[in-house]
Write a protein that binds this ligand. Structure first.
Ligand SMILES: Nc1nc2c(ncn2[C@@H]2O[C@H](COP(=O)(O)OP(=O)(O)OP(=O)(O)O)[C@@H](O)[C@H]2O)c(=O)[nH]1
Ligand SMILES: [Mg+2]
Length: 460
């Protein structure tokens, strides 16, 4: 981890501009400008001298030759009371890509520069309008694919995640101060460290880290979703199951083996958990070039998924052993594999099939049997509980930092218990503190900032 402090100042204070609305056609389209030239650019484009902060001004937007590019509303937010903390202007016109591009070009002709992806949020961060976790929550909010995911991102954007992290930081710092003051008085160090106070405080902070870890872990799951692969032999009923789960005719179903050739992914909402389910080509040897490619794709999907549902026609239970001999399935650990016996309606004399040492389930997608249980099973496998409401959206970067700090505190505690080694404990506490700091961005090198903000969309 990089711990160099940033001075949190934009390198050059130039004026940036971008189309802030999504590409394509829409009722309204917005060009956003931020930086010292914003107001002047707006005045020239609108030919209005008086543009008051936080008032809507209707006018034409004019080209260099005073031709009308569009007409619409100009909003000016005088810094520091704006999203970026700088002077910001929004030109709200009609949502056509050509008009917006012309308007953007006009701002660039007047001295603005095309913004990089995420540059508006980056400036908001640099001007202390947002911390890093909050800035990342904006991108997560936009990307959310379920209501629960959006709510968790909003909680992070409102600063709840940052507050929880800062609360842990305060605790860590106070323990470190306590320990460091003990080191300064060597003759009393042993008593200081041995009286159980530090140990108790460390255990409290460990509990706090575990709680934040849980909330952030669920948040990350909500953002990324859970990836399920439907695999099996041809005609096992994979596409029928996909259709039953989604309540839609997403994939073609026929009684011809090898119907599905390409992988088909659809995202479903299971009580708030986004589940990305991919139907795949039935696994078999084939002479058809197209089907062969389909089977290769299926194998890739199996490897990349979080969990594999291996579908086996209940009347062909011997297929299971064949399937488990396929290289890609052999490599899937047991905890990532569930055998789903299908077409239960065709054989009511069920059968003791639970000896495989693998989790299994019995369904009939056609008759709608076992589908609800399967959904619940998937939520459980993902480690998702819809009743958990205090969830923060979080990213892999955050979870790694939390884990790093948990590990450092655990090592520090061991130093205390084994050796009463105050200096080493203080060192580990500082490591834990730096790890948590990287979440909100107190101590971050520029390269990390670049990495985070470049994944944003332009205009954000
Ligand atoms: N009776 C019964 N038939 C089913 C059930 N599920 C699927 N089928 C039938 O089995 C046949 C194959 O179903 P699909 O869903 O296309 O099977 P698939 O695994 O996607 O097959 P491929 O795309 O060829 O790999 C179809 O005729 C389905 O109607 C079920 O639960 N009960
Ligand atoms: Mg199919």
């Amino acid at each position: 981890m990089n711990n160099g402090t940033t001075d949190k100042q934009p390198k050059t204070i130039d004026t940036i501009a971008a189309i802030a609305t999504p590409p394509g056609k829409g009722g309204v389209g917005i060009v956003r400008i931020s930086g010292p030239l914003s107001l002047e650019i707006a005045q020239i484009i609108t030919k209005k001298d008086k543009i008051q902060s936080r008032y809507a001004h209707f006018s034409h937007f004019l080209s260099k030759n005073s031709e009308i590019i569009d007409s619409g509303i100009t909003l000016f937010f005088q810094g520091p009371n704006s999203f970026t903390g700088e002077d910001v202007v929004e030109l709200q016109g009609h949502g056509g890509p050509v008009i917006l591009q012309m308007l953007l070009s006009r701002t660039i002709g007047l001295g603005a520069r095309q913004a990089r992806p995420g540059e508006f949020s980056e400036r908001a961060f640099l001007n202390n309008k947002l911390d890093l976790a909050q800035a990342e929550a904006i991108a997560d909010l936009i990307e959310s694919s379920s209501v629960a995911a959006a709510k968790s991102a909003m909680r992070s954007l409102q600063g709840e995640f940052s507050q929880a992290v800062n609360h842990l930081l305060v605790e860590l710092i106070s323990i470190r101060m306590y320990v460091e003051s003990a080191i300064d008085f060597p003759e009393e160090e042993i008593d200081f460290l041995g009286d159980g106070v530090v140990l108790k405080k460390l255990e409290n902070v460990q509990d706090g880290i575990t709680n934040v870890q849980k909330a952030a872990g669920t948040g990350q799951l909500l953002q990324n979703g859970f990836r399920i692969a439907l695999a099996g032999k041809p005609n096992a009923g994979k596409s029928t199951l996909l259709n039953a789960l989604s309540g839609d005719e997403v994939a073609i179903v026929t009684d011809i083996e090898g119907t599905t050739r390409d992988s088909i992914t659809t995202t479903l909402d299971f009580d708030g958990l986004p589940v990305h389910i991919t139907d795949t080509a039935g696994l078999r040897e084939s002479d058809s070039t197209v089907e062969k490619i389909g089977v290769e794709r299926a194998k890739k999907v199996i490897q990349e998924s979080d969990h594999v549902l291996l579908l086996v026609d209940i009347k062909k239970s011997d297929d299971l052993q064949d399937l488990l001999n396929i290289e890609q399935l052999k490599n899937v650990p047991d905890e990532k594999l569930t055998v789903v016996y299908t077409k239960q309606d065709t054989d009511k004399s069920f059968l003791n099939l639970h000896d495989e040492g693998i989790r299994s389930l019995l369904i009939s997608a056609k008759a709608g049997i076992g589908i609800e249980q399967l959904k619940q099973k998937i939520e459980k496998l993902a480690g998702y509980r819809s009743e958990d409401t205090n969830v923060f959206s979080a990213r892999a970067r955050h979870l790694e930092a939390i884990q790093e700090s948990a590990d450092a505190v655990a090592r520090g505690k061991q130093q205390l218990l084994d050796n009463q080694a105050g200096e080493l404990l203080a060192f580990e506490l500082l490591t834990a503190q730096n790890a948590l700091n990287s979440i909100t961005g107190e101590f971050n090198a520029d390269d990390l900032l670049g990495e985070i903000f470049s994944s944003f969309c332009i205009g954000k």
